[in-house]
Design a protein around this ligand. Structure first.
Ligand SMILES: [Mn+2]
Length: 376
């Protein structure tokens, strides 16, 4: 049995004003060409198909066309919801997608999690939002990780007699290396699941949620995040992108990471104001999209610098951040070591390019004291 594991398509993603669907399309094109040549039996999509709960028409067209072309190469698709997907939207396209050989698991469901193909069992756990797990469980006080772990064991127990077993899920596994693009709140330790919770009974675990390609080394089985299919935002600048081609045979699975070509690489430059102008030619010749962090030397001439940049880089200049000379050196401070006031000062400097005004600082300190009193 040959499987293709992908995740985190984020169809409909924008970066500033830039539409990233051409980047997604370019990646999906490579995946379809791979399907044509290598004939996988199944494509597993581990969540975050769409970037928004209500996807726009263009994004739907790209995804649905992908479904149909995959079907023409005899690859069935098993797909689960990620935290960016709407459970209800995926439910609304579930029956129609079945006609295209796409099997959608829109929300965690103890009675409907199993997909069978020949002697291969695929246990599907879409992103378990706390809300859903709480209603599915009697004792709502148990920690999230424990609830997820129980769900995983429940599924493992039901498939253990099958010859080959795969788990398809969208979760944050504690200790995974992530970038800043996975939605912050779901990455706090509260929502983390321990790698040891992934049941050893599964031959392969197809994960989605973390955007960087990696094997979860601490898991008792072969568990992989394949990450995004293109560099989603500047925190992923310079990263290579992959999908997994997995052959389930006798013994351990054969896992091959297939590298994707990137249509528009993201580039991050930290330069001083004078360097920006000196290196304009180099910036102009850098392919893809650019983000500049400019160390401001002369505020008066900054509009001129910005005009030159826009003139030469146009739409490819997606983001500009200005920082004052002083904060340039302190930018990489370990944020945990800063007091709330220092953090707020840093935030203000980065966001507005100037020092925190005295009266705002006063108000902030007052509110902070109040909050500490109330132990918020
Ligand atoms: Mn994602």
């Amino acid at each position: 049995m040959k499987l293709l594991h992908i995740a985190d398509l984020h169809a409909g993603k924008t970066l500033g004003r830039v539409n990233r669907n051409p980047d997604l399309y370019y990646a999906l094109r490579q995946i379809l060409d791979f399907c044509r040549d290598n004939k996988p039996d199944l494509i597993l999509i581990a969540g975050d198909i769409f970037d928004k709960a209500n996807p726009d028409s263009e994004s739907k067209e790209i995804v649905f066309d992908f479904f149909l072309e995959a079907k023409s190469y005899k690859a069935e698709i098993v797909l689960i919801a990620g935290n960016h997907d709407s459970y209800d939207f995926l439910k609304s396209i579930k029956k129609l997608s079945r006609l295209a050989g796409v099997h959608i698991y829109d929300r965690p469901d103890k009675d409907n999690f199993l997909f069978m193909k020949g002697d291969l069992a695929i246990a599907c756990l879409p992103y378990p939002s706390e809300r859903v797990l709480t209603s599915a469980e009697e004792k709502s006080k148990i920690q999230y990780a424990e609830k997820v772990s129980r769900f995983l064991n429940y599924m493992a127990d039901r498939v253990k007699e099958k010859r080959k077993k795969v788990l398809l899920t969208h979760l944050f596994i504690a200790g995974s290396r992530y970038t800043s693009t996975e939605r912050e709140a779901s990455l706090t330790q509260h929502y983390a699941v321990f790698p040891s919770s992934l049941p050893a009974v599964f031959d392969y675990v197809a994960l989605g949620h973390v955007h960087r390609y990696q094997r979860v080394e601490a898991s008792p089985t072969y568990a992989f995040y394949t990450g995004t299919l293109y560099q989603l935002d500047f925190s992923e600048a310079g990263e290579d992108k992959f999908f997994n081609f997995v052959r389930l045979e006798e013994g351990p699975p054969c896992v091959e990471a297939v590298k994707l070509d990137i249509k528009n690489p993201l580039n991050l430059f930290k330069l001083s104001q004078s360097e920006v102008l000196r290196r304009l030619g180099e910036l102009k010749n850098t392919p893809g999209y650019l983000k500049l962090i400019i160390k401001v030397e002369e505020r008066e001439t900054l509009p001129f610098t910005m005009d030159r940049l826009r003139e030469h880089l146009g739409e490819r200049l997606v983001k500009v951040e200005q920082i004052e000379h002083r904060s340039y050196e302190t930018k990489n401070l370990e944020f945990e070591k800063l007091t709330p006031l220092d953090l707020y000062r840093e935030y203000h400097l980065l966001s507005y390019g100037k020092e925190l005004p005295a009266e705002v600082e006063k108000t902030f300190t007052k509110l902070l004291e109040k909050a500490e009193e109330l132990q918020l």
